[in-house]
Design a binder for this molecule. Structure first.
Ligand SMILES: NC(=O)c1ccc[n+]([C@@H]2O[C@H](COP(=O)([O-])OP(=O)(O)OC[C@H]3O[C@@H](n4cnc5c(N)ncnc54)[C@H](OP(=O)(O)O)[C@@H]3O)[C@@H](O)[C@H]2O)c1
Length: 268
């Protein structure tokens, strides 16, 4: 059995990981969610596949996370092979603004940055530290952070993608945090990776790029990097590609930030 825990598993990419992995009965899959309100499709899947366990917790609360880790531990006998930090969101409505638009809106700027850092960075550190003893006892010893191409300096430089400021800062910051975990834990055989999933057709992508005018603008920006990009890829394609990169994670590439193609320049 290989055990996997995925946060943000109700929808989109997180649910895609649960679906793809649980097809194989040799995988034990823990779907870590914050609420059952959006978990209808996940609950339906879990009712058909006995190797899916749903765990409800709050990734911003270390004491709730300790309970979640204890729940996982009871089933696996104290270990976890792969932890995927997938839960994330683009934060407040000010995410549509470029940096200069915050001049004179200092409170809004603080909210834009702080909310994103709390949800997309600090909570992920809580999750890693809460599950670390289980990972130490696991066979694979892998911690994966689902990052974003918008947290990459070169992607931003070439595309001219100036919005989702706090989200991009939080993703870039968390990429570095993952390198720090790798640096600290390499001697224990623990490997980390920040992984961009591509531009993927999910609720989150629809919220940011669903409006036709925004979509046109985004496509023209993205085509400066890749003239062949036509729109988001399916969840299934993204998850299949990401799992290939996760499976090939070794000590040699631990701590890196890679795209779903396993490199640092093909972001779509
Ligand atoms: N789609 C893309 O093109 C794209 C591109 C780059 C990076 N990503 C990253 O990929 C990951 C998954 O995104 P997605 O596109 O699948 O988004 P999605 O369809 O909106 O799903 C997001 C998932 O994360 C959960 N979540 C969000 N904020 C949370 C929080 N504060 N605490 C706990 N759970 C939270 C949601 O739970 P609820 O159902 O309870 O809301 C949901 O399960 C995110 O980290 C995102 O930044 C996506």
């Amino acid at each position: 059995m290989v055990s996997w825990a995925i946060t943000g598993a109700t929808r989109g990419i997180g649910l895609g990981f649960v679906d793809n992995l649980s097809i194989d009965p040799k995988n034990q899959v823990f779907a870590i969610i914050r609420s059952r309100a959006t978990a209808g499709p996940l609950e339906k899947l879990a009712s058909k596949r006995k190797n899916i366990q749903i765990v409800v917790t709050d990734i911003s609360d270390p004491s709730r996370l300790a309970e979640a880790a204890a729940d996982v531990s009871k089933i696996t006998g104290g270990s976890l092979d792969v932890l995927i930090l997938n839960a994330g969101s683009a934060g407040p409505e000010t995410s549509v603004l470029p940096p200069t638009a915050f001049h004179g809106k200092e409170e809004a700027l603080e909210k834009e940055i702080n909310e994103n850092v709390k949800n997309n960075l600090i909570s992920n550190i809580f999750v890693i530290n809460s599950f670390l003893d289980l990972i130490r006892n696991g066979k694979e010893k892998k911690v994966i952070f689902i990052s974003s191409q918008s947290g990459d300096v070169e992607f931003t430089r070439v595309t001219g993608f100036a919005t989702v400021l706090g989200y991009s800062v939080a993703k870039a910051g968390m990429n570095l945090v993952m390198s720090k975990f790798s640096a600290e834990l390499a001697q224990e055989g623990i490997k980390t990776l920040s992984l961009s999933p591509g531009w993927v057709d999910t609720d989150a992508a629809k919220a940011v790029t669903g409006d036709p005018a925004v979509r046109k603008f985004v496509l023209s920006a993205f085509r400066k990097l890749d003239p062949n990009v036509n729109g988001p890829i399916s969840v299934n394609e993204s998850v299949t590609d990401q799992l290939q990169v996760i499976r090939s994670l070794t000590e040699a590439n631990s701590g890196k930030f890679l795209s779903h193609h396993g490199n640092h320049d093909e972001w779509f």
